[in-house]
Design a protein around this ligand. Structure first.
Ligand code: SF4
Length: 730
């Protein structure tokens, strides 16, 4: 490779804002990174994580943290030894083929990641559902966005965020709920600050049990009790009905199901809503008026004169045992007030991971199929089978994340393939997940980093490329597809994820489909993407007008962008027509359900989890860089000062934090933004920083030693945002 200085346009691999980056490189080394001034997600800005990406690709990091060669363990617990790619792939093929032959296709499972590129995701999904014949494909997007998916589909008819970043500049009210945007989506928060500077009348309501940095910047903070979101939204709708703030013409013309919801919210009076949520009545009244587009309660204004409201929401709604209900109850408010399909208005889920959207587009969850098709729909299954050139796609839903590891723990799943994710740290009820991997007969871990908590459970470790080395596409929160490009060659023998999946699929199909033409004739990631593009023809996310060449020439584009379209669509449902059978959006009538594991006498604290500003996920990348520990150098359990006093603790004292599933020890810290009887621990810390044990003695790491696997019955997303704990001075 030339040693001349080179610049390569790509995308930040961290959060769903999807910022464009320009990677500076020389020879095999990434030497710098800066924001891409032409990328419409960030216009040149980067946050603390994005702007230090090049330092996490330094040689010292690569040498010590990266997985560089295929490795095999002769026995569990043994040191892994390097093997050739040929040996590794032969063994993987042999073991998977054997399990499938002896126990059937549902005895294997694939657990993937919202960090994978769309092309990687596509191959894995087709490999499992098309070739092997199992729907046991799920991803860490199940822990991230599956409630948003279910909420959109239940109300608007398709998993399509209707708004865009530009709507920030048109909104009069921002309703930020279940999102610490300032930390989780920092560059989007910069755009909110810009919008506020340009339009001082812009007002911000933040709904959060904690007074986060986002809440501290709000005009109105609704500090609700954990998990009481649905009660709050129903209470807002009750007030909107009482005060005549709903848009009756919009409801009549574009929706169904309002009468049932109207009856449902009758009991959510301001007093009752305040009792259920802990939010003072006057704040609920103020929020209802602002959301509906009025300046003050009772001010009155014709619908046409009301100002636009944009909701931004994330894991506070999604990571919940009633996640679908929370998402849908919020969307109910937009439909009832006509706050959708116009500039500055609409429900807008903020994607946690960089490509959870792309994964959803290819159907990379156990209940989905390509291009937003549903596994439960026989017509959709037939369409996908035809596209893939297979006889059929199995009808039975696969195991979602929690159930996949339960099935491995029960011995039903005997071979697991884990790619680009770290379930030994990131899944709830970590003890069960670790026991499941230990019991599984054969575990493949396809990873860029050798040091994750999951790698010790692997029989076979396959080295994958990562940011700066990979090629493909990702889709951000506003449906914008961006290119990801390699700036340097892969280190050691690392290979691209799509390539590893393709080679495995090709080897496996010689066993399962011998003599028939290959389903996986993919010489390049572009060839994978072209097949994915064809699968979207005529669907809500149609991108048949897009190509790698067009992305190269015109930059990132939003879907839908069908053949012949001049541009993608910035905003959806401007015509009031929804992708449902009758073209109408559906109100979602749901009761308020409290958290799955309420606090009680034995476990008297509500534990909340969330992000830090400068760390990402399990820290496999950001944890390699000292400067990213500047804001928060060590894990803490944050408590209201009154609670510290009541427990006889000083800041810095060590505390046992124990739930029904495990226990960890960490220092206490005072934070008066946390309500009494609540506690907060950041999600990132792994075993290097925060180790513990389960009740059965399994070694654990981080906050997911404590969290509950109880999940939403519709989205199957677990309630990572709440469990009951007790605290004892260590
Ligand atoms: Fe990367 Fe998100 Fe920061 Fe943008 S906001 S630079 S995508 S981490």
């Amino acid at each position: 490779m030339s040693t001349a200085l080179r610049e390569t346009r790509s995308t930040c691999p961290y959060c769903g804002v999807g910022c464009g980056v320009i990677i500076e490189s020389q020879g095999t080394q990434i030497t710098g990174v800066r924001g891409d001034p032409d990328h419409p997600a960030n216009f040149g800005r980067l946050c603390s994580k994005g702007s230090t990406l090049h330092l996490t690709a330094a040689p010292a990091v690569t040498q010590h943290a990266r997985l560089l060669f295929p490795m095999r363990r002769a026995t569990r617990g043994a040191e892994p030894r390097p093997v050739s790619w040929n040996e590794a792939m032969s063994e993987a093929t042999e073991r998977f083929a054997q399990v499938i032959a002896e126990h059937g296709p549902d005895a294997v499972g694939f657990y993937l990641s919202g960090q994978l590129l769309t092309e990687d995701y596509y191959v894995f999904n087709k490999l499992a559902k098309g070739l092997i014949g199992t729907n046991n494909v799920d991803t860490n997007s199940r822990l991230c966005m599956s409630s948003a998916v279910a909420g959109y589909k239940a109300t608007l008819g398709a998993d399509a965020p209707p708004a865009c970043y530009d709507d920030l500049a048109h909104a009069r009210t921002l309703f930020i709920t279940g999102s610490n945007t300032a930390y989780a989506h920092p560059i989007l928060f910069r755009r909110i600050e810009d919008a506020k500077r340009a339009n001082p009348a812009l007002r911000m309501i933040v709904v959060d049990p904690r007074r986060t940095d986002t809440a501290a910047a709000a005009d109105l903070h609704l500090q609700l009790l954990p998990g009481s979101d649905v009660a709050l939204y129903h209470g807002l709708l009750h007030l909107m009905l009482w005060d005549g703030l709903v848009d009756t013409a919009y409801i009549a013309a574009h929706t169904t199901g309002f009468d049932a919801l109207k009856a449902r919210v009758r009991e959510y009076t301001p007093r009752e809503t305040s009792r259920l949520t802990g939010v003072p009545e006057d704040r609920i009244v103020q929020a209802a008026a602002w959301f509906a587009g009025l300046d003050e309660p009772g001010a009155g204004a014709p619908v046409a004169a009301r100002t636009p409201t944009l909701s931004l929401y994330c894991q506070g709604l999604n990571q919940s045992a009633s996640g679908t209900a929370k998402n849908a109850a919020l969307i109910n408010l937009h439909l009832a007030t006509g706050q959708i399909g116009k500039p500055g208005a609409g429900p807008f889920s903020l994607t946690g991971q960089p490509n959870a959207m792309g994964g959803r587009e290819v159907g990379g969850l156990s209940n989905l199929l390509s291009a937003h098709r549903d596994l439960a729909n026989p017509g959709h299954r037939a369409e996908v089978a035809r596209l893939w050139g297979v006889d059929d796609v199995p009808a039975a839903p696969g195991k979602s994340a929690v159930d996949m590891f339960r099935a491995a723990a029960d011995g039903q799943i005997k071979a697991l393939w884990i790619a680009c994710t770290n379930p030994a740290q990131s899944m709830p009820d970590q003890a069960l997940v670790r026991e499941a991997m230990a019991r599984c007969e054969f575990v493949v871990v396809q990873e860029a980093f050798a040091t994750t908590a999951t790698t010790p459970y692997a029989d076979l470790l396959l080295p994958a490329t990562t940011w700066g080395e990979k090629e493909g596409t990702v889709t951000n929160s506003e449906r914008r597809i961006s290119r990801v490009r390699p700036a340097v060659p892969a280190p050691g023998q690392a290979r691209n994820d799509w390539h590893i999946a393709t080679e495995f699929a090709q080897r496996l199909e010689t066993r399962l489909r011998c003599g028939r033409p290959s389903l996986f004739d993919y010489p390049t990631p572009e060839s994978v993407w072209i097949e994915h593009r064809e699968s979207t023809r005529g669907r809500d996310l149609d991108i048949t007008g897009l190509s790698y060449a067009r992305l190269e020439a015109e930059g990132p584009q939003q879907w839908p962008l069908p053949e012949g379209a001049a541009t993608g669509r910035a905003r959806l449902y401007e015509d009031g027509v929804f992708p449902t059978a009758d073209g109408r959006a559906r109100f979602f009538d749901t009761p308020f359900e409290p958290v799955a594991e309420p606090r009680d006498v034995r476990y008297p604290f509500s534990l909340n989890t969330g992000r830090l500003r400068d760390q990402w996920h399990g820290m496999s990348r950001t944890g390699t860089l000292g400067r990213l520990f500047g804001q928060v150098p060590e894990p803490t359990v944050d408590l209201h000062p009154q609670e510290l006093q009541r427990l006889g603790l000083q800041p810095g004292d060590l505390v046992h934090v124990t739930s029904r599933r495990g226990s960890i020890v960490l220092p206490a810290a005072a934070d008066d933004g946390i309500a009494p009887a609540q506690a907060f621990i950041a999600m990132h810390w792994g075993e290097e920083f925060l180790s513990g044990r389960s009740a059965r003695g399994v070694p654990l790491a981080g906050v997911n030693a404590l969290t509950t696997p109880r999940y939403c019955p519709r989205s199957m997303q677990p309630e990572l945002k709440h469990c009951a704990v007790k605290l004892l001075k260590a």
